[in-house]
Design a protein around this ligand. Structure first.
Ligand SMILES: NC(=O)c1ccc[n+]([C@@H]2O[C@H](COP(=O)([O-])OP(=O)(O)OC[C@H]3O[C@@H](n4cnc5c(N)ncnc54)[C@H](OP(=O)(O)O)[C@@H]3O)[C@@H](O)[C@H]2O)c1
Length: 219
């Protein structure tokens, strides 16, 4: 299997690459022209492109079995970021998937997506634009999965953290290490029952341990 990961320079994106490589999945890392990525986070197939350039994007997404979208507007003073990246950027990636024939797409979104009255919306109404991005994907052209994590954490000590997997609009707070979100993306790739599902994820040492496979049978 070969996949592409957009936002591969991001803090979740590079971990998705690592988790994919551990499973023997080949990876195309898709970055912006100026994205910074550490040497030890680089794979041997890197595409530096602009999401606005159809030709470059199509070239990068050719000959893959699935796309994992880990792009997201970085916090900045530019309040148009979420509209540009989390809605339009997702749209452009999906249009490219249609052109080059990629059907399987996994999108990292967020808990509380679609909510208007939420402090996160102070950054360019991000939760509204993320919902619009999700809606572009929920379409019969795709075998789609949307992963909605809680607040993302950098800690790598995840052995004692168990994931609470639930269906859409059931969790409104909580957090999860990026490493576990990356693992969810890769678990989803090989699990047909995750197709056409929105999966909300947070983690805690107090949760009961449940496998991804088992969770997909109940969501
Ligand atoms: N932070 C949280 O607590 C939280 C909670 C729930 C969900 N999320 C979502 O989870 C996802 C991953 O979050 P993260 O914190 O791991 O991400 P991150 O480290 O901020 O990385 C974001 C990625 O998106 C890329 N990107 C940004 N603007 C772009 C553009 N215009 N064109 C192409 N690529 C662009 C960045 O590229 P550069 O390296 O070039 O900037 C980077 O690779 C995001 O969608 C985020 O919104 C975050």
């Amino acid at each position: 299997m070969k996949i592409a990961i957009t936002g591969a320079s991001g803090k979740t994106g590079y971990r998705i690459t690592e988790e994919a490589l551990k499973k023997g999945i080949k990876v195309k890392q898709i970055l912006r022209k100026n994205s910074k990525i550490k040497e030890n986070q680089k794979n041997n197939e890197i595409y530096r492109i602009s999401l606005d350039n159809k030709y470059e994007l199509d070239k990068a997404l050719e000959n893959i079995d699935a796309l994992i979208i880990a792009t997201g507007a970085r916090a900045s003073l530019d309040l148009t970021g979420p509209a540009k990246v989390d809605a339009l950027g997702v749209y452009r990636q999906l249009q490219s998937c249609k052109r080059v024939g990629v059907k399987r797409v996994i999108l990292i979104s967020s808990l509380c997506t679609g909510r208007l009255f939420h402090p996160l919306n102070l950054f360019g109404l991000i939760l509204i634009w993320k919902k619009i991005g999700e809606n572009f994907l929920k379409n019969q052209s795709f075998d789609w999965t949307i992963i909605r994590p809680g607040g993302l954490k950098e800690n790598e000590k995840v052995e004692s953290e168990n994931i609470d997997y639930t269906k859409e609009d059931t969790q409104f707070k909580g957090s999860i290490p990026r490493r576990l979100v990356a693992k969810c993306c890769i678990d989803s790739l090989s699990n047909k029952q995750s197709i056409n599902k929105i999966i909300e994820v947070t983690s805690s040492s107090e949760n009961k341990k449940v496998s991804f496979k088992k969770a997909m049978q109940t969501i």
